[in-house]
Write a protein that binds this ligand. Structure first.
Ligand code: NAI
Length: 301
């Protein structure tokens, strides 16, 4: 097995002051990358800010003989995103890897959720991923190389009670990946997404204690490190991961049902009659882009 190395590579890890992001930053640095450790240093609900979270990780990397610099900007503004990318380019001269990982929670059931709770969670997870990815992509396009890893959640992919803001934001991150992977294809910019489950302050009161103790962030890190490496040639993929389980998740298109001939009217009754075929997951396949879905229309057009 040949080693995966990042010598000469520059990486940004957002939200790298704790939890999952910290494990990515430490491992990338250990394998030779120069790392921008971004962290706002706020509380789990996104309130407050502090420099200590990012500083502690930078100190640990340096103590281990690696190279890193702290950045304390919030990912949730365009200025913040630009500044995070500038930190990489101004300090280390380039940018090869971006891990969009920063995150917060403001859980409430739908009817209790206030606009502010919606806005902040969407701002950090979804807009934040855009704010950092846009300036990062500009550099990667110029260099003809880039690896971007986004962070979604099973809550977004499959749903979860009490997280309307988070579910929506996390699914949005998948949509962003779909676009970045397509626009990045000809520049060797690969963009993938992980849906982790791991023990961190985000999950300490969500996961049962016996599970919490087993779900170490270190079990997620190897997948992210691989996806960030030159060895990874895949893009636009989603991966569930937890405790050593790695599984591809995919938004697929099923064969479905063709009703009518493309010109006559279709009735609601025909939808009812064909409901089994319409909802069937037989003959599913992932699509590379929206254009491929038109292929299913066949003789209708
Ligand atoms: P964590 O709370 O330990 O780490 C998140 C880090 O992001 C914190 O250090 C925080 O200060 C930083 N952060 C928050 N807002 C920021 C902002 N605006 N700008 C820059 N930094 C900011 O949480 P954890 O679990 O490590 O989460 C990492 C990512 O993984 C998040 O996107 C989370 O939604 C996602 N995730 C985690 C799961 C889990 O089981 N731990 C499950 C599914 C997704």
């Amino acid at each position: 097995m040949s080693d995966i190395r990042f010598d000469g590579r520059v990486a940004i890890v957002t939200g790298a002051g704790a939890g999952l992001g910290k494990t990515y930053a430490l491992e990338l640095a250990k394998r030779g990358a120069k790392v921008v450790v971004n962290d706002l240093g706020g509380a789990r609900d996104g309130s407050g800010a502090s420099t200590s979270a990012a500083d502690l990780v930078v100190n640990e990397i340096k103590k281990n003989g690696g190279e890193a610099i702290a950045n304390y900007d919030s990912v949730a503004t365009m200025d913040g995103g630009q500044n995070i990318v500038n930190t990489a380019v101004d300090t280390f001269g380039k940018l090869d890897i971006l891990i969009n990982n920063a995150g917060i929670l403001r859980d409430k059931s739908l009817l209790k959720m206030e606009e502010a709770e919606w806005d902040l969670v969407v701002a950090v997870h979804l807009k934040g991923a855009f704010c950092v990815t846009k300036p990062a992509f500009a550099i990667m396009k110029q260099n003809g190389y880039g690896r971007i890893v986004n962070t979604t959640s099973g809550a977004g992919l499959y749903g979860n009670f009490g997280q309307a803001n988070y579910c929506a934001a996390k699914m949005g991150v998948v949509g962003l990946m779909n676009n970045v992977a397509i626009e990045g294809a000809k520049y060797n910019v690969k963009c993938n997404t992980i849906a982790p489950v791991a023990a961190s302050r985000l999950t300490e009161d969500i996961l049962p204690p016996e599970m919490f103790n087993k779900l170490k962030p270190d079990f997620i890190m190897p997948l992210v490190v691989y996806l960030c490496s030159e060895a990874n040639q895949d893009t636009k993929m989603i991966f569930n991961c937890a405790a050593g389980w790695f599984s591809r998740a995919e938004i697929v298109c099923a064969k479905g049902a063709t009703i009518g001939d493309g010109s006559r009217e279709i009735s609601a009754e025909e939808i009812k009659e064909n409901w089994g075929r319409i909802t069937s997951l037989d003959e599913i396949k992932p699509l590379n882009n929206i254009g491929e879905s038109f292929g299913y229309l066949g003789s209708l057009l």
